[in-house]
Structure formats: structure tokens, C-alpha cells
Design a protein around this ligand. Structure first.
Ligand code: HEC
Ligand code: HEC
Ligand code: HEC
Ligand code: HEC
Ligand code: HEC
Length: 217
């Protein structure tokens, strides 16, 4: 058998295995998670941060340029701002108005969602390490996922100028992240074919391969 035939046989076995496994264990079937939008442990909003505040995607997902995975930022990245910002402007203004009405000084305001961030870092509301709290990573629920037998790498796509939004939709408008594409093989291939047609028309030598081995190594 040629190398390619071997790979195809292995893939078909994998696919059958995956179907049997999925029926046995009711795991998420690959490719049918379009629209998946799990509730996250902190109500972090891309609409606010990436949209309104215009924080660049790569400020928090710098891995996308350098590695296979885009990565999710650690809580210390959030603290670059949240060391100073402990509530929304609306919440601060509300407290100021209440203080004015009561003729007292405004109290510091701590939003419950930002308190969760401080809790994860084991910090008190004064921003100092609180020995009674233990540090623990924020357990964000993963949204996008391709099966292990697919090799996907962010780096190649980012270097080729493919925008995050082409694959993830308008994340900067999402209050909560939702999977916008179905991440199926057909989806990968149709963009690779379209990109190649465009590159050919532009006499650009770059090609997005449609060979099985490129995505299934
Ligand atoms: C201030 C930091 C920050 C910025 C800026 C940011 N993100 Fe995120 N991103 C996060 C965090 C935290 C998560 C994990 C929680 C969640 O899913 O909302 C995340 C999750 C994601 C996910 C889902 C990951 C998964 O589990 O599949 C995608 C896709 C994503 N971001 C894309 C983007 C894009 C595109 C931009 C720019 C338009 C962007 N992000 C800007 C912090 C950021
Ligand atoms: C570039 C600065 C910056 C970074 C980085 C940043 N934030 Fe924010 N965040 C803000 C600002 C400013 C606000 C308040 C906006 C307003 O006034 O409505 C805010 C608001 C929030 C809120 C809303 C609070 C509420 O009660 O509604 C949450 C939750 C939050 N941020 C979580 C995070 C998390 C988690 C990270 C890291 C993944 C992060 N932020 C990174 C600037 C930042
Ligand atoms: C060509 C399509 C494509 C582009 C462009 C793309 N992504 Fe992704 N992204 C994916 C796929 C597919 C996955 C699932 C990967 C996996 O399971 O290994 C993913 C996963 C993610 C994840 C969660 C898992 C991880 O890899 O860390 C984040 C966060 C993310 N992307 C952010 C971004 C950001 C930010 C950009 C732009 C800088 C971007 N992506 C550009 C297709 C893309
Ligand atoms: C929105 C368009 C788009 C989508 C969707 C997309 N790709 Fe790509 N992909 C490209 C482009 C453009 C290139 C060519 C990059 C270059 O010129 O180096 C590429 C290159 C690649 C390469 C490197 C090819 C090589 O010759 O080494 C791999 C592997 C790859 N993509 C896998 C995937 C997988 C797996 C998916 C689906 C989960 C996917 N891509 C979805 C646009 C896309
Ligand atoms: C551009 C990337 C890419 C190329 C090229 C590609 N595949 Fe796939 N393939 C995928 C992705 C992504 C999945 C996972 C789909 C899912 O989760 O629904 C997949 C899944 C599969 C599966 C599992 C069954 C299924 O449909 O989910 C088989 C079998 C398969 N591919 C065979 C092949 C063969 C044979 C070729 C060459 C003719 C090939 N693939 C080329 C990306 C690719």
C-alpha cells in the first residue's frame, strides 16, 4: 500500500471508532457544535473589551502568532487593567449618586464579576495577597475544538493574513463567545479552495493545500 492509502484506511477506522465511541458515551460529536456558547465562570465580555475598548485580539491571544494554539490569557493579563478598574463606570457613577443623596463619601465599588477575578488570584479587595484565600486557575470552558486526528495550526493562518473573524465570526460583538462555524472538513476545504482560486487569479504563489496529509498527519 502507498503511504496515502495507509493514511486513508487509518482515517476511516478512526472515523468509525469515533462514531461508535460517540454512541457509547454520548460525547460531543465532531462538527455539530455550531452555535455552542457555554456559560463561563466569569462573565467576561468580548463586546466590551475587544469591541468597545478596542483591546487587540493578540493582546490576549498572542499564541495565535507563535504557535498552534491561540491560548487564553492568564488572570495576570486581566490585572494589567483590573488592578485599577474594580467596577464598571456605570456602577461607580451609581455609587457616587447614592453617596451624594445620602451626603456621605462614596465607597469603593467592587463588581461581583471582578471580585471573582481577585478571588482566583487569591487577592483581597485591597489588591494584596490574602493568606486566607488560595490561588486557582480560572476554568474557562473550551468552545472551539477539532478532533485530535486533525492538525490545525493558528500560526500559518495568521501569517497568511487570514483574519480571526473569518473563522470565529464577529467575536468583538459577542457578549459571550459562540462557535460561529461548524469546523467541519468541508468548511476547511471550501476556504482552502476559495483562497487558492483567489491566489491563482492574483498570481500569488501561496497555496492552501487540500492534500489529506496536510491536515491528517
Ligand atoms: C482582554 C483579553 C481578551 C481580548 C482582547 C480578546 N479575548 Fe478572546 N478570550 C479571552 C478570554 C478570557 C477567553 C475565555 C473566555 C471566553 O470564552 O469568553 C477568550 C476566548 C476566546 C475564544 C474562544 C476560545 C475557545 O474556547 O474556543 C475566541 C475564538 C476568542 N477569544 C477570539 C478573540 C478574538 C477574535 C478577539 C479580538 C476580536 C479576542 N478574542 C480578544 C480574552 C480576550
Ligand atoms: C485594557 C484593559 C482591560 C483588560 C486587559 C481587561 N479588562 Fe476587563 N474591563 C476593563 C474596563 C475599563 C472595564 C469597565 C468598563 C465599563 O466601564 O463598563 C472592564 C470590565 C470588566 C468586567 C465587567 C464587570 C461587570 O460587573 O460587569 C469583567 C467581568 C471584566 N472586565 C473581566 C476581565 C477579564 C476576565 C479580563 C482578562 C481576561 C479583563 N477583564 C481584562 C478593562 C480591561
Ligand atoms: C483559519 C481559521 C482560524 C483563524 C484564522 C483563527 N482561528 Fe482560532 N481556532 C480555529 C480552530 C479550528 C480552533 C480549534 C483548534 C483546536 O481544536 O486545536 C481555534 C481555536 C481558538 C481558540 C481556543 C483554543 C486555542 O487554540 O487556544 C482561541 C482562543 C482562538 N482560536 C482565537 C483566535 C484568534 C484570537 C484568532 C486571530 C488572531 C484566531 N483564533 C484565528 C480556527 C481559526
Ligand atoms: C477562512 C479560510 C480558511 C479556513 C476556514 C481554514 N484555512 Fe487552513 N489555510 C488557509 C490559508 C489561506 C492557508 C495558506 C497559508 C499560507 O499561504 O501559508 C492555509 C493553510 C493551512 C495549512 C498549512 C498548509 C501547508 O501547505 O502546510 C493547514 C495544515 C491548514 N490550513 C489546516 C486547516 C484546517 C484543519 C482547517 C479547518 C479546521 C482550516 N485550515 C481552515 C485558509 C483557511
Ligand atoms: C484543510 C484540512 C483538511 C484536509 C485537506 C482534509 N481533511 Fe479530513 N478532516 C478535516 C477536519 C477538520 C475533520 C474533522 C471534521 C469534523 O470534526 O467534523 C476531518 C475529518 C475527516 C475524517 C473523519 C470523518 C468525518 O468526516 O468527520 C476522515 C475519514 C477524513 N477527514 C478523511 C480525509 C481524506 C481522505 C482527505 C483527503 C482527500 C482529507 N480528509 C483532507 C480536515 C481536512
Amino acid at each position: 500500500m502507498t503511504r496515502r492509502t495507509v493514511i486513508i484506511v487509518v482515517l476511516v477506522c478512526l472515523a468509525l471508532g469515533a462514531v461508535i465511541f460517540a454512541q457509547a458515551a454520548t460525547v460531543r460529536l465532531p462538527g455539530n457544535d455550531q452555535g455552542y456558547s457555554p456559560v463561563q465562570p466569569i462573565a467576561y465580555s468580548h463586546r466590551l473589551h475587544a469591541g468597545e475598548l478596542e483591546v487587540p485580539c493578540l493582546y490576549c491571544h498572542s499564541g495565535a502568532e507563535k504557535s498552534r494554539h491561540a491560548g487564553v490569557p492568564s488572570a495576570s493579563v486581566c490585572m494589567n487593567c483590573h488592578r485599577f478598574v474594580t467596577a464598571t463606570q456605570a456602577q461607580v457613577q451609581e455609587e457616587e449618586a447614592a453617596a451624594r443623596r445620602a451626603g456621605r463619601d462614596p465607597r469603593p465599588v467592587f463588581s461581583p464579576e471582578i471580585r471573582k477575578l481577585y478571588d482566583a488570584l487569591g487577592l483581597g479587595t485591597d489588591g494584596k495577597r490574602d493568606p486566607s484565600k488560595s490561588q486557582r486557575a480560572i476554568r474557562w470552558t473550551r468552545v472551539h475544538h477539532v478532533p485530535d486526528f486533525v492538525s490545525f495550526d493558528h500560526r500559518r493562518h495568521i501569517a497568511a493574513g487570514v483574519e480571526c473573524q473569518s473563522c470565529h465570526g464577529d467575536v468583538q460583538t459577542m457578549e459571550r463567545v459562540s462557535q460561529s462555524s461548524d469546523l467541519s472538513m468541508g468548511w476547511c476545504l471550501s476556504c482552502h479552495r476559495d483562497s487558492n482560486a483567489r491566489a491563482k487569479a492574483d498570481r500569488d504563489p501561496h497555496r492552501a493545500s487540500t492534500d489529506c496529509v496536510v491536515c491528517h498527519q
